[in-house]
Design a protein around this ligand. Structure first.
Ligand SMILES: [Zn+2]
Ligand SMILES: [Zn+2]
Length: 432
């Protein structure tokens, strides 16, 4: 009989809808408070229910919308746990209301706290959101680990995290966003960026402002190719608030600029904040080379820039999920018309099967619940994990896996074997 009961309100069959309740009968915790990316009547009903429930604590692993967006509305929680980095970013984005701010407790690496008799511990992890955490919960020796969103292909050493985690849990609640075997790493991306940057003097970057690791990668590639790094204003503002992250206030080779969308008050405030590090368009056109973060609303700005400087040998680096491209087609076509070539450089912020396999090996769970995932992917995840477990993976399969888009297709073990995936599974009967 478990002391802790878990109710996964949402997240088992949709990516990015995690809402998980954990209770020991006396105290109630809510893990995450995101909103659905594609709202339905059912998801709205669940959100309403969450807003009316009195929780002893709400624990939020990171600032992505699908984990934190209900923070805009006053929540009935005695305490709300979130990291300092996430709080700063949500505050900057005006994504947390005053009432909720009054009840914030800050998470840090290996912080221990209790909610009634439930002991909790937060573990710093790597994800495409800065200052993200996994959460361990324990009562009377019974343990749960909730991974939140994480990856092993970022800059943080994954083994360092694994070493901190419990050796045995009763339940592992793990993210399983997109079934891939091995993702490319953030370091791989930096190397590709160095190659691309060295071929063009002027580089424009289209990325999420809130993907701080990505900003670091492009800053590093920029520095390695001798280019000043011109940051978008919100990127500059956010990074200036964080510790040791490139920004115009404390890094000599970082600058910022104003596009047309800002009002007069913002202009004045920005001039005060950045002084000479704020570049005008007339200064940018005189620069022989640079890396510049832009956004999809800046086609007119680029056209103006093109009137005074040659942009036809420059490059646009697209560093986001491919699915967003359709929403900015007009911008991308406009960029192409200016003679700017486009290159895709992106790596995943989510765990691949090898990361989840290592997580399972470390925590030896009695039971695993996958969340932040699609139902259709369950079989492929299972196949990938079984193959890793029994040591049967070969590289040509990995390569094809990257190229092929069969993530929604069910594959039998026979098919996987034919594809050269399972190489030495013979001594195990994977079919059982
Ligand atoms: Zn998420
Ligand atoms: Zn996330």
């Amino acid at each position: 009989m478990f002391n802790l009961s878990v109710n996964i309100l949402r997240g088992k069959d949709k990516i990015g809808e995690n809402l998980i309740e954990v209770t020991d009968g006396n105290n109630k915790i809510l893990l995450e408070c995101g909103i659905a990316l594609e709202p339905t009547d059912k998801s709205k009903e669940i959100e309403k229910q969450v807003l009316f429930t009195e929780y002893d604590a709400i624990i939020i692993t990171h600032y992505h919308h699908d984990h934190s967006a209900l923070l805009k509305t006053p929540l009935k929680a005695k305490k709300i746990y979130i990291s300092n980095g996430a709080l700063k970013i949500l505050d900057y984005c005006k994504a947390i209301c005053e009432e909720n701010k009054q009840r914030i407790e800050i998470l840090s690496d290996q912080k221990v706290f209790s909610v009634g008799r439930i002991n909790c511990k937060s573990y710093l992890c790597d994800h495409s959101a800065y200052d993200s955490y996994m959460i361990g919960l324990e009562e009377s020796g019974e343990k749960i680990l909730y991974t939140g969103d994480f990856r092993s292909n970022g800059r943080k050493n994954f083994q360092t995290l694994l070493d901190k985690l419990p050796k045995k849990v009763n339940l592992l609640i793990a993210e399983a966003t997109k079934p891939t075997l091995y993702n490319q790493t953030e370091k791989d991306l930096e190397e590709s960026a160095v190659k691309v940057f060295s071929e063009s003097d002027k580089v424009f970057i289209l990325q999420s402002t809130l993907n701080i690791d990505r900003t670091v990668s492009f800053y590093r590639a920029s520095k390695r190719t001798g280019k000043p790094f011109i940051m978008g204003l919100s990127s500059a503002d956010i990074c200036a608030e964080l510790k040791n992250i490139p920004n115009p206030k404390t890094f000599d080779d970082c600058y910022t600029y104003l596009s047309y969308s800002e009002d007069n008050a913002t202009h004045e405030k920005t001039k005060m904040a950045y002084g000479k590090k704020l570049l005008g368009r007339s200064q940018i056109v005189k620069m022989k080379k640079f890396t510049m973060q832009i956004n999809a609303g800046m086609l007119e700005y680029l056209k103006k820039l093109n009137e005074s400087t040659e942009l036809n040998s420059s490059v646009l680096v697209y560093s986001m999920w491919q699915g967003y491209k359709s929403e900015m087609q007009e911008f991308l076509d406009g960029v192409k018309a200016l003679g700017i070539k486009s290159v895709d450089l992106h790596v995943s912020g989510h765990a691949d099967a090898s990361a989840i396999n290592l997580m399972i090996n470390k925590t030896n769970p009695d039971k695993i619940e996958f969340v932040h995932t699609c139902k259709e992917d369950a079989f492929l995840w299972e196949s990938l994990l079984l193959c890793l477990k029994y040591g049967g993976v070969n590289d040509s399969y990995v390569e094809r896996n990257m190229k092929a888009s069969y993530t929604k297709t069910r594959k039998s073990f026979e098919e996987l074997e034919k594809m050269g995936y399972i190489v030495y599974n013979k001594k195990y009967d994977l079919k059982n």
